[in-house]
Design a protein around this ligand. Structure first.
Ligand SMILES: Cc1cc2nc3c(=O)[nH]c(=O)nc-3n(C[C@H](O)[C@H](O)[C@H](O)COP(=O)(O)OP(=O)(O)OC[C@H]3O[C@@H](n4cnc5c(N)ncnc54)[C@H](O)[C@@H]3O)c2cc1C
Length: 429
């Protein structure tokens, strides 16, 4: 029986249902491949709309990035602002994609309430503190752009950032109050339960090993099952592997580490994040932190890889958090894990228009919880007959990144430059 990954979230979430491996021959209206947030949301929304839905997960629900992230629910694009989205996509498509992002966190917390999902969810807000004067100017402009779209966003001065986060030295920042935190494994297991209750058939330990066109639809095969469907959603994210090799070369797979400490004593806990928000700053080598429901401090990030990285990096990240938050007595490391995030070259959500009846959705880019849930709802509309071109997320043919074998290492290779530039920023008055 396949094991769950050893993350904090798998260790602390309520136990999930075991779904049987697929076997035999069957037909369905929508076949979803992948049991992360994108696949679960597509399955839930399509089943609620009355479609016959089958979801196949190679391992277990929330085995991929959906079970390994930090649980920050953030409704914006990590690197691109609303005006830039409109400039790139034009007024109509740009406005649609901005609305897609803006409403995404509300959708997550609505689903949690509607399906009574126990996942320590808290719509407490997300704070982005600015580490330099230039970053402050950029984040104030960013906040104004989301405010202009009617979002519950406020600009924060230096004192407000310090009071809300407990972190010293930031120049100011902004907060989106529709954002929040959750236990992602609890959330994914709750979505799976809701999808199943809505009539979807879920299978774990059922890797799709071939997917071929059959008449006007598709035939997917696992070791023990053959399932045909007129429409297929590939929700495999960075784990697509050899199933569609061109697709695997159309994004950057980024290894990201996460850690959690032992619970903090109440004397320290009350001065950091008293409002339970999550924080990601403006550094190029991003610094993030939040608490879980038991007061464990959580952070993560990219790091230099190489021999022994899985053992070495968590300690380096733990030391960085102690330094950044001025906590020489930070409780020891209790949990460490890593996952693979997919990042699109333009940092925006995208649909791959692979062939008639077959599409793949990517909305990761470090904001995948809110975005993939919203993306799954759009994919359910496509499954009901809406043309791809009518969805809020732009669709395009698969275009593999030139020299992907080399280019996929660029984010890691450029990390020393990012760290150096952050240090130079820190020295500026
Ligand atoms: C360490 C880390 C931290 C992150 N932190 C955050 C955060 O705090 N906030 C945020 O918004 N986003 C964050 N992200 C991004 C977010 O987790 C992802 O964008 C999101 O979970 C992607 O969901 P998904 O459903 O697209 O893919 P996944 O969750 O990766 O699911 C894909 C699934 O497809 C399955 N699969 C693959 N191939 C097959 C096959 N052939 N047959 C059947 N199944 C198959 C895999 O087993 C896997 O379970 C983070 C990512 C990582 C890695």
């Amino acid at each position: 029986m396949n094991a769950d990954p050893a993350t904090l979230w798998h260790a602390t979430a309520a136990a999930g249902t075991r779904y049987p491996a697929a076997c035999g021959e069957s037909e369905t209206d929508l076949l979803v491949i992948g049991g992360g947030f994108a696949g679960l949301s597509a399955a839930l929304h399509a089943a609620e709309a009355g479609l016959r839905v089958t979801l196949l997960e190679a391992e277990r629900i929330a085995w991929g990035a959906s079970g390994r992230n930090a649980g920050f629910v953030v409704p914006n694009f990590a690197k691109v602002d609303p005006e830039a989205v409109v400039a790139r996509l034009g007024p109509d498509r740009g406005a649609a994609l901005n609305r897609f992002a803006a409403e995404s966190a509300d959708l997550v917390f609505d689903l949690i309430r509607r399906h009574s999902i126990a996942c320590d969810a808290c719509q407490s807000g997300w704070i982005q503190p600015a580490h330099s004067a230039e970053a402050l100017a950029r984040s104030q402009s960013r906040a104004r752009q989301w405010q202009a779209l009617g979002r519950p966003v406020e600009i924060l001065d230096r004192a407000a950032v310090e009071e809300l986060t407990g972190a010293i030295g930031y120049r100011g920042g902004w907060i989106d109050r529709s954002a929040g935190v959750l236990n992602p494994v609890g959330f994914a297991r709750g979505l799976a339960r809701a999808a199943s209750a809505a009539g979807a058939t879920l299978h774990e330990e059922s890797p799709v090993i071939s997917l071929v066109q059959q008449g006007a639809g598709w035939l997917a095969a696992t070791g023990a099952a053959r399932i045909s469907a007129p429409r297929v959603v590939l929700a495999t994210n960075a784990h697509v592997g050899g199933l569609l090799p061109g697709l695997a070369r159309s994004f950057f797979p980024l290894k990201v580490f996460q850690i959690a400490t032992e619970p903090l004593p109440a004397s320290v806990r009350h001065r950091l994040l008293p409002g339970d928000q999550c924080v990601s700053d403006t550094r190029r080598n991003l610094f993030t932190f939040r608490f879980d429901a038991d007061n464990r401090l959580i952070t993560g990030g990219m790091h230099f890889l190489g021999p022994g990285a899985d053992r070495r990096v968590p300690h380096a990240i733990h030391r960085r958090m102690a330094r950044m938050l001025g906590l020489p007595d930070l409780p020891p490391l209790a949990h460490a894990w890593s996952g693979i995030a997919s990042v699109m070259p333009d940092f925006l959500p995208a649909l791959a228009d692979i062939a008639p009846g077959l599409t793949a959705g990517f909305a990761c880019n470090g904001r995948g919880i809110a975005m993939t849930i919203r993306l799954g709802r759009e994919l359910a509309q496509w499954a009901q007959g809406a043309p791809l071109a009518d969805l809020s997320v732009p669709s395009r043919k698969i275009s593999p990144i030139v020299l992907h074998g080399l280019m996929q290492h660029a984010p890691q290779a450029l990390l020393p430059v990012s760290i150096l530039r952050d240090r130079l920023d820190d020295r500026k008055p």
